[in-house]
Design a protein around this ligand. Structure first.
Ligand SMILES: Cc1ncc(COP(=O)(O)O)c(C=O)c1O
Length: 407
């Protein structure tokens, strides 16, 4: 491929120039490229389960391929059967009723995130983002003309946002807040009191709530997901719940997510989607019907495997001098404080790293271990390790990291 030099007039929009590339995808693609070139890299970068999609879901998709009904455009907001199944799933898991007209099926949870801000924000509206945050939130806010407002909570408080800090960040322009529990990148499951306090605060101050519940079924120890719409029923009129099949059913490549919102909001999202992507691939939607309305047994099996790896990786990380990792109780991420590895000679070349971006790049190049630097999540000084990888790889990767830091 030839690379093109852009002439002065060939400018791209400020909108796209102000967006940072997805750092998580960048680490993952660099690790995959190194692997393709024959380097034996252990990848803790990607947020995707390493399990196959459960067989009954795949069978539903295989049957759908042969059904000519699926060859046509279908309603933008999703197949009626899937919207109904999602409404049923909300009742089963979150314990409250929603109407299928409140559901919009999207091209992965990511599209639901993007659409939420496009339909809610005017230029200059502020969105409070508990930080560390999932890397795409601020970019989706900026793409909608909004202003991300970070409220940080570090390892010292188990990454649990503080309602006083949230209130201190509120201004006349505060339009929305994001709630992500279980959390990416921290793996924290926020306490019921925290979620309830945010819901009540949002009701009191007329702030929209975007609740990203994509990791809802991945809880460990005694932790349980608190659904904000259940904890604070009054918030439902100003609540957009985002979710999808990627993590729960090991289906990241199928690209099915959804938004559940007040009917007028759902209609607006559908109007937007009608000009973007129209309906989600019907084969994937049929598979999602099977996933969402089926039992959760396969999910619980995966969860048990993740739980074992969680214990292994947390112990291994804390065994490395200079690394401190609180025990996460959700999702499949360990978020380690590595500030003690900075500003002193590290690695076989005795390099002094000023920040975690440089540290992660060297860990990949020299140690052949891929982890995502905290800068991608608004949390310099940390590294995120996804433990959705095979047990042996996990153990080998941790061994390498320890050896690299102590070389
Ligand atoms: C917190 C969070 N929300 C949403 C998504 C989007 O998932 P997908 O678009 O694959 O459904 C992810 C994926 O990494 C995530 O971690």
């Amino acid at each position: 491929m030839t690379s093109m030099t852009m002439a002065d007039w060939q400018t791209l929009s400020d909108r796209i120039n102000h967006v940072a590339p997805s750092a998580t995808l960048a680490v993952d693609s660099k690790a995959k490229a190194m692997k393709a070139a024959g380097v034996d890299v252990i990848g803790f970068g990607a947020g995707e389960p390493n399990f196959p999609t459960p067989a009954p879901i795949v069978a539903a998709a295989a049957a759908a391929v042969r059904d000519p009904r699926n060859y046509r455009y279908t309603p933008t907001a999703g197949l009626p059967e899937l919207r109904e199944a999602i409404a049923g799933k909300v009742l089963r898991d979150s314990g409250y009723e929603v109407d299928p007209s409140q559901v919009v099926v999207t091209n992965g949870g990511k599209q639901a995130v993007y659409e939420s801000f496009q339909i809610l924000l005017n230029e200059g509206d502020e969105v409070i983002i508990p930080t560390p945050y999932w890397t795409s939130y601020p970019e989706a806010v900026k793409l909608a003309g909004g202003v991300p407002v970070e409220v940080f909570a570090g390892a010292d408080c188990n990454f649990e946002p503080d309602i006083d800090a949230i209130e201190a960040a509120r201004t006349e322009r505060t339009k929305a807040i994001i709630v992500t529990t279980p959390n990416n990148p921290t793996g924290a499951v926020w306490k019921p009191e925290t979620v309830k306090a945010i819901g009540e605060w949002a009701v009191e101050h007329h702030v929209w709530v975007i609740a990203d519940e994509i990791y809802e079924h991945l809880n460990y120890d005694d932790a349980k997901t608190t659904y904000i719409g259940a904890a604070v029923p009054a918030v439902r009129d100003q609540l957009l719940v985002l979710n999808g099949v990627a993590k729960t059913y090991a289906m990241p490549g199928w690209r099915v997510g959804w938004m559940v919102a007040p009917a007028e909001v759902a209609k607006a999202a559908s109007k937007l989607q009608g000009h973007m992507t129209s309906n989600v691939n019907n084969i994937s939607q049929r598979a999602a019907i099977e996933a969402v309305s089926g039992p959760l047994d396969a999910v619980y099996d995966m969860r048990a495997a993740f739980d074992k790896r969680r214990r292994t990786i947390v112990a291994a990380l804390n065994d490395i001098e200079g690394v401190h990792c609180p025990t996460p109780t959700g999702a499949f991420y360990a978020f380690a404080d590595v500030t003690a590895l900075l500003n002193r000679p590290i690695g076989p070349n005795e390099t002094v790293f000023a920040n975690t971006s440089e540290l992660a790049a060297a860990l990949l190049d020299e140690g052949h271990v891929a982890a995502v630097p905290g800068e991608a999540f608004g949390a310099p000084g940390y590294l995120r390790f996804s433990y959705a990888l095979a047990d042996n790889d996990l153990i080998e990767g941790m061994k390498r990291m320890k050896a690299w830091t102590q070389a």
